[in-house]
Ligand binder design. Structure first.
Ligand code: SAM
Length: 258
């Protein structure tokens, strides 16, 4: 897949931030020169184009747009703030204020943002796809809003472009309170609109038993895996404690570290 980076039609950018973004994403910059995105893609034989905007990069690819947006996280945090409604992921993780949280499958970052709100402390998000990692990292970095309960948790998240298998192997034992996985489902839930643009970019590999074993070494309190409530992954990975809500399509497998 060939991707290029350019500026919006309204402004040719050349900021330090853009230079850093280009180094992160490892893609070439092409001047916009007033051209439409389809024309640029045709000229450079590209499959997609990232437009660097002040409020974060936007990837145009396969007729869809991919960028960081905290809408799902905002709804979840909002439900807790308004009506004290439990968040099922936070409940499954047993996450307490001050806990450190390692999100091994960052994706769009919604789970990481919710975790960051609840811990008010260290959250690290790992993403193996360089394009996804760079778009979400810079989208989070450029995100501005006057809603401080959303902005602060977003800005606290450290995004790292890394394969969680390699990252976990390099961590000291018990170095994060909670280690969390939300891998791409074996059978996608087609109703999950927010994940739709991610499907073509994401790393589709399933979790391995070795990964779970390493996660149990690195976690101090819990390892948690998200899966479809009708999925086979918990059984395959030997996870016995499963938290699900009647009528919900998602479930959380919990391994308590004692
Ligand atoms: C279903 S998405 C996660 C969605 C995320 N929980 C959210 O709230 O937006 C799974 C993500 O994990 C990434 N991923 C898969 N395998 C990985 C690995 N070995 N290391 C790091 N990231 C991985 C995929 O590229 C994808 O972006």
């Amino acid at each position: 897949m060939k991707l290029i980076v350019t500026s919006p039609l309204s402004a040719e950018s050349c900021s330090t931030e853009l230079e850093e973004f280009l180094a992160d994403i490892g893609l070439p910059y092409v001047p916009r020169s007033g051209k439409s995105l389809p024309r640029l893609m045709q000229e450079y034989h590209a499959d997609g184009v990232v437009v660097w905007k002040d409020n974060g990069p936007v990837l145009h690819f396969g007729g869809e747009q991919f960028f960081f947006h905290p809408s799902m996280a905002k709804i979840r945090i909002g439900a807790y703030r308004k009506s004290n409604q439990d968040d099922p992921m936070i409940k499954a993780c047993g996450l307490q204020k001050g806990d450190s949280f390692l999100d091994c499958t960052l994706g769009l970052g919604a789970d990481a943002v919710v975790a960051s709100f609840f811990t008010n402390d260290k959250v690290v998000g790992l993403e193996s796809s360089p394009v996804v990692a760079a778009i979400i990292k810079w989208g989070m970095r450029c995100f501005t809003s006057d809603i401080s309960w959303l902005t602060e948790p977003i800005q606290r998240i450290e995004v790292i472009n890394a394969d969680h298998n390699q990252f976990l192997a390099q961590q000291a034992s018990n170095s994060f309170d909670v280690v969390y996985f939300d891998p791409m489902f074996r059978q996608p839930l087609m109703s999950s609109q927010p994940l739709s643009p991610l499907r073509n970019l994401a790393d589709p590999r399933p979790l391995s038993l070795d990964t779970i074993e390493e996660a149990c070494r690195v976690a101090r309190t819990r390892v948690v895996v998200k899966e479809r409530s009708d999925g086979e992954e918990f059984r395959r990975l030997g996870i016995e404690t499963i938290l699900s809500t009647a009528g919900h399509k998602l479930a959380y497998g919990v391994i308590n570290i004692s």
